[in-house]
Design a protein around this ligand. Structure first.
Ligand SMILES: Nc1ncnc2c1ncn2[C@@H]1O[C@H](COP(=O)(O)OP(=O)(O)OP(=O)(O)O)[C@@H](O)[C@H]1O
Ligand SMILES: [Mg+2]
Length: 258
């Protein structure tokens, strides 16, 4: 798997003027990597993810997955959004198996796959439940299971834990790391939460706003396992401080006239 975004430019035009949402974006993700894009609100994070997902087209520049240009949505890219996107009338198992059904995978094989991914996200007992019977964190685990079940080359996530309370969010971060290790999936995740980005990723792109552009790339090297203790590691704090400073700095640059 190789995702390459080069010289990406996206502008939105209104009757009055043109708004540049993304400018000169160059990013890449390699097979098995966990990469985060972190940026303030309005820096164009969701726009970037939508372009990679093929839900919108760039004004200029190119996005390639394994050398092939992205021209629309495709099963090679699985997406998890912030808002739970489960079908409310379908059971948890049917939600997870929905993509497989569309792909024409036979019932027996499908059941096996669904059971496998439900087990992975710890929701085997909830196979027959409806989404409304689940908590927010559980719903998001179903959404992740559903996306993984279709075996995309890359998992694209837009603030997947943004709507969860702090405790649930921490549990979900641990959970996602486990899934990542177990499946060797490639992940590109968007977040405004700097601590989340440092905790999860191997690399981070810091996006600053007006226009959205990559300010800096960080290689996150932390000793040992990524468990909660690591957040108290001075190196962890250093990464976090540096990124927060960068985001704050770019904001003051824009508002220095105030
Ligand atoms: N379809 C659109 N038409 C016009 N402007 C848009 C459109 N989509 C996004 N924008 C603008 O582009 C900018 C970036 O939006 P985007 O949603 O990508 O930001 P974001 O970084 O995801 O923000 P947040 O953290 O709040 O989710 C915003 O100023 C937004 O108003
Ligand atoms: Mg967004």
């Amino acid at each position: 798997m190789h995702l390459e975004v080069s010289q990406l430019h996206k502008q939105f035009s209104t009757k009055q003027d043109v708004f540049v949402a993304l400018k000169d974006i160059n990013i890449h993700v390699e097979g098995g990597e966990f990469v985060c894009v972190v940026g303030a609100s309005g820096s164009g994070k969701s726009t970037l993810l939508r372009l990679i997902a093929g839900l919108d087209m760039p004004t200029a520049g190119e996005i390639k997955v394994d050398g092939l240009p992205v021209v629309g949505p495709g099963s090679d890219r699985g997406i998890v959004f912030q808002n739970y996107t489960l079908y409310p009338w379908m059971t948890v198992a049917d939600n997870v198996g929905f993509g497989l059904k569309l792909q024409g995978i036979a019932t027996a094989k499908r059941r096996q796959q669904v059971a496998y991914y439900l087990e992975m996200v710890g929701l085997s007992q909830f196979a027959k439940a409806l989404p409304k019977q689940l908590s927010g964190g559980m719903k998001q685990r179903v959404a992740i299971a559903r996306t993984l079940a279709s075996q995309p080359k890359i998992l694209l996530m837009d603030e997947p834990f943004g709507a969860l309370d702090v405790q649930t969010k921490e549990v979900m971060q641990q959970f996602l790391l486990q899934v990542w290790r177990r499946t060797s999936t490639t992940i590109l995740m968007i977040t405004h939460d700097v601590e989340e980005a440092v905790f999860l990723s191997q690399r981070i792109y810091v996006l600053t706003a007006r226009p959205g552009t990559v300010k800096k790339e960080f290689e996150i090297e932390l000793p040992g396992e990524r468990t909660y203790q690591i957040k108290r590691n001075p190196q962890f704090q250093d990464y976090k401080d540096e990124i927060i400073k960068l985001l704050r700095l770019s904001d003051t640059e824009k508002y220095e006239f105030l």
